[in-house]
Design a protein around this ligand. Structure first.
Ligand SMILES: [Zn+2]
Length: 75
């Protein structure tokens, strides 16, 4: 088994656990582990921080920037 297989395996395992954890918290819909914007897999670190994450890191940065532009407070 090469390193990519191991990483994939671990990511899948983690996503399964994250989905379980997210289901326990009924107020937050579980992440599918796939970015809703670009459909890439969401980084494992990101799902660890937020099991309900819907965007990958790159798209989250863009979404946050767009949100800030839309929400100019005090401007
Ligand atoms: Zn993305």
């Amino acid at each position: 088994m090469d390193e990519a297989d191991v990483a994939n395996d671990r990511a899948e395992q983690f996503i399964a656990e994250a989905l379980k954890a997210a289901r326990l918290k009924k107020d937050e819909a579980p992440s599918t582990g796939v970015c809703r914007s670009c459909e890439e897999l969401i980084e494992v670190e990101r799902l660890q921080a937020n099991p309900a994450a819907r965007l990958c890191a790159g798209c989250a940065v863009e979404a946050e920037a767009a949100r800030k532009r839309a929400h100019r407070v005090g401007g």
